[in-house]
Design a protein around this ligand. Structure first.
Ligand SMILES: *Cc1c(COP(=O)(O)O)cnc(C)c1O
Length: 364
């Protein structure tokens, strides 16, 4: 069997031991005589699976007892609408602040504007999203219902530090789609955390929402029941059929993370991987470039350009031939992007860096 080094931004690489266990259990989950895809979500076996997944996620992240963990569908994009619908009050007449640091937070801002009053509390678009706002640039509305941010911009490669320190007048709501579970962080600093699973957590189809109790019950009167966090929380994420297979697979990823030393363990490897790749880019004498301010470079998504874009096609063809997949940059950004999520091993980054050094030597 030969597996490629998969640098895709999402859906993305999963840990090989997890895939192997899924294969092993696909037709007969632990003696049940059927696979997880074939089970009732209300049966004893699946109840055990979802309860274990929640318990493991809580212990990995250190989720305090006054937060609900919801296993939802619709992706982070649905949350862009669901968040204002849930948090702007039963009359929908509240207002929210958005911090715009890249494509994803800009999209979240645009979608929220369709459902309520929103304002931009800071934007780095004028600097083409190459940095985070400075403390002085934030201008918050004291009456805001929440402050939204994207803690890792998957396309632009900008990441907030583990400690989000700016003082905000309202609960922080964070899109963590592309770096959730990549390092420890303080959940109690946030009112709500969300993310699509397919970047760093599991297969597509599952959306995680971790929400503080006091933010439940403020939903707009006309909201669909499946979109109301309070209804979903009251029903243990099972008002209707949840994405059972994706929850099972994510649960196996949580067990795998525990075996890596938890989030502190995986964060150490992730820091090494990122350091190796940025050192290659910065040490290439300008052949490769990443122009994100050093203190907010993403450890998960590393966009870079070649000094001569005419070499892009050769870079992509040669890297693919070398078994390095998914390096083409996002269509809105161009160039290259290496996503180096939890499940992409250090060895994969070593192979990439060797390839990049060799390519630069041949074409520099
Ligand atoms: C991928 C991504 C999204 C969109 O996720 P979907 O699950 O496809 O809706 C939103 N935000 C961030 C930060 C992402 O990386």
């Amino acid at each position: 069997m030969s597996r490629v080094w998969n640098f895709s931004a999402g859906p993305a690489v999963l840990p090989l031991p997890v895939l192997e266990q899924i294969r092993e259990e696909l037709t007969d989950w632990q003696g049940a005589g059927m696979g997880v895809m074939e089970m009732s979500h209300r049966g004893k076996a699946f109840t055990g699976i979802i309860e274990a997944a929640e318990a493991d996620l809580r212990s990995l992240l250190g989720v305090p007892g006054n937060y609900r963990v919801l296993f939802l569908q619709g992706g982070a994009t649905q949350q862009f609408a669901q968040i204002p619908l849930n948090l702007l009050g039963t009359g929908g007449d509240g207002s929210a602040d958005y911090i715009v640091t890249g494509s994803w937070s800009k999209k979240a801002f645009g979608e929220a504007a369709r459902f309520g009053r929103v304002r931009c509390a800071a934007s780095t678009e004028a600097d083409r999203f190459t940095r985070l706002p400075t403390a002085a640039e934030y201008a918050f509305d004291p009456a805001a219902a929440y402050v939204h941010l994207c803690t890792n911009e998957t396309i632009h490669g900008v990441e907030f530090p583990a400690e989000v320190t700016m003082a905000t007048p309202a609960p922080l709501v964070a899109d963590m789609s592309s770096h959730l579970l990549s390092r420890p962080f303080d959940v109690s600093r946030f009112g709500l955390i969300y993310g699509g699973a397919q970047k760093n957590v599991g297969p597509a189809g599952l959306t995680l929402v971790i929400v503080r109790d006091d933010l439940l019950g403020k939903a707009a009167a006309h909201i669909p029941s499946v979109m109301d966090y309070a209804v979903m929380a009251a029903n243990g994420s099972m008002l209707n059929t949840p994405p059972t297979f994706a929850i099972y697979a994510a649960g196996l990823v949580f067990k795998w993370l525990q075996a890596q030393g938890g989030l502190a363990g995986i964060a150490g490897v992730n820091a090494q991987k990122a350091a190796l790749l940025y050192a290659c880019i910065d040490g290439s004498g300008g052949f490769y470039r990443n122009n994100i301010a050093a203190d907010c470079r993403s450890r998960m998504n590393v966009p870079f350009t070649l000094s001569d874009p005419a070499l892009d096609a050769a870079f992509l063809a040669d890297s693919q031939a070398a078994g390095l997949i998914g390096l083409k940059g996002h269509k809105s950004f161009g160039g290259m992007r290496a996503s180096i999520y939890n499940a992409l091993p250090l060895d994969g980054v070593r192979v990439l860096v060797d390839f990049m050094n060799d390519f630069a030597k041949r074409h520099g």
